[in-house]
Design a protein around this ligand. Structure first.
Ligand code: AMP
Ligand code: MG
Length: 322
C-alpha cells in the first residue's frame, strides 16, 4: 500500500509517500520569515506557491496512479497554512479517485516515533515549535498529562533567538551557543503541578541579555532551565503511570542536550529512551502519510464535506483504533 502525506501546519511544507515499512520519498520546502517569527499568511503564501513543485518532485519518484490514499494534516496549526494543504489533499484525492484522510498533526508525530523506534508503551515528550506536551496512551486515546500553559518550547527558543539577533529558527543556533556556555545564571523555573510555562523565562532571559551577560552563558542557562522543566514533568508522569520508556518527538527533539538529559533520567530509572531518526523528528510529510495509512487500514477516512481544517485540534480528541 502507498499513501501520500502532505504536511504544512506551520513552517515546513512537506510531501511524502510511504509504504508499510518505510519512507519511499519525501520532498520539503521551508518557509523562512524575512524578519520576526512565523507569519501565518506569509507562510500560507509560501506553501501555495511551492506546493505544485513539491508534489511534482514526489510524483517524479512515485507514479501517482500507484497511490492508494491521500493524507493531509487537518490540525492543529495555522489556519491559512492548513487550508492550503487541505485544498491540495482534496484535489489529489478527487483526481486520483482514492480516499482522503485528515490526520491530527500531534498524533502523527507520535506515530512516526512508534513506527521507527522499539517503543511499546512510552511516556511521550512532544517538544516542538507550537506545542509542548507530556502524553501517554490510555485505552484508545493519547492523554495529555502535562503541557505548556503558554507558548511551546520551540517558540520560546525562537523568541530568545530573535532577541539575540539570530535568524529563524533560533533553536539550533541556541544549541550551538549553549555548548560554549559555562556559567549558569538563574532563570525562573516554572513547573505548576504537571504543567509548565515558558513565557516568563523568555522575559527574564531578555532582561539578562540587556544586562550584557555572555550570550553563550545565556543560551546555556536557558536550555538547562527549560529542559529541566520538561524532564521533571516527564519523569513524574513515568512515576505516576508506572511506565519505563520515554519517546521524544517534535522538532526540539533534535537538541542533543535535551536528549542527553532525558537519557540520563531514563538510565537512573532503568528505563529506555527512544528517539526517531532526524527526518521524522520535526514536521514532515512522512509522519502524516504513515498515520494516514494506519487510519485508512482501520477504515477511517474523511469525506470532502467533513474535511474542514481544525486549527485547535487536540491530540486527546482522536480515538485511536490500533
Ligand atoms: P516542529 O514544530 O516540530 O517542526 O519544530 C520546530 C521547532 O524546533 C523550532 O522552534 C526550532 O527552533 C526547534 N528546533 C529545531 N532544531 C532544534 C535544536 N537542535 N535545538 C532546539 N530546538 C530546535
Ligand atoms: Mg510539529
Amino acid at each position: 500500500m502507498l499513501v501520500l502525506g502532505i504536511e504544512g501546519t506551520a513552517w515546513n511544507l512537506s510531501a511524502s509517500v510511504v509504504d508499510e515499512n518505510d519512507v519511499i520519498v519525501q520532498v520539503s520546502d521551508q518557509y523562512v520569515p524575512s524578519s520576526g517569527g512565523i507569519h501565518p499568511r506569509e507562510a500560507a503564501q509560501h506553501h501555495s506557491s511551492k506546493i505544485s513543485g513539491v508534489l511534482k518532485k514526489v510524483f517524479n519518484s512515485v507514479d501517482p496512479e500507484s497511490i492508494d490514499g491521500v493524507a493531509f494534516s487537518i490540525g492543529p496549526g495555522m489556519g491559512p497554512c492548513l487550508r492550503v494543504v487541505a485544498t491540495a489533499g482534496r484535489a489529489i484525492s478527487l483526481a486520483l479517485d482514492v480516499p482522503l484522510v485528515g490526520v491530527n498533526h500531534c498524533v502523527a508525530h507520535i506515530e512516526a516515533g512508534m513506527w521507527k523506534t522499539d517503543a511499546v508503551d512510552p511516556v511521550i515528550l512532544y517538544a516542538s515549535g507550537g506545542n509542548s506536551q507530556v502524553i501517554s496512551r490510555r485505552g484508545n486515546y493519547y492523554r495529555v498529562f502535562g503541557e505548556t500553559l503558554d507558548i511551546g518550547i520551540g517558540n520560546a527558543l525562537d523568541k530568545l533567538g530573535r532577541e539575540m539577533g539570530l535568524s529563524h529558527p533560533g533553536g539550533p543556533k541556541i544549541e550551538k551557543l549553549a555548548r560554549e556556555g559555562k556559567r549558569y545564571h538563574s532563570l525562573p523555573y516554572s513547573v505548576k503541578g504537571m504543567d509548565f510555562s515558558f513565557s516568563g523565562l523568555v522575559t527574564s532571559a531578555k532582561t539578562l541579555l540587556q544586562k550584557g551577560i555572555k550570550r553563550e552563558d545565556l543560551c546555556f542557562s536557558f536550555q538547562e532551565t527549560a529542559f529541566s522543566m520538561l524532564v521533571e514533568v516527564t519523569e513524574r508522569a513515568m512515576a505516576y503511570l508506572d511506565k519505563d520508556e520515554v519517546l521524544l518527538v517534535g522538532g526540539v527533539g533534535a537538541n542533543s542536550r535535551l536528549r542527553q538529559m532525558l537519557s540520563v533520567m531514563c538510565s537512573d530509572r532503568s528505563a529506555r529512551f527512544h528517539c526517531p531518526p532526524d527526518h521524522l523528528m520535526g514536521d514532515n510529510g512522512a509522519m502524516i502519510a504513515h498515520t494516514g495509512m494506519k487510519m485508512l487500514t482501520h477504515g477511517l477516512k474523511t469525506d470532502i464535506e467533513s474535511s474542514k481544517v481544525k486549527p485547535d485540534y487536540r491530540v486527546d480528541e482522536v480515538e485511536i483504533p490500533w
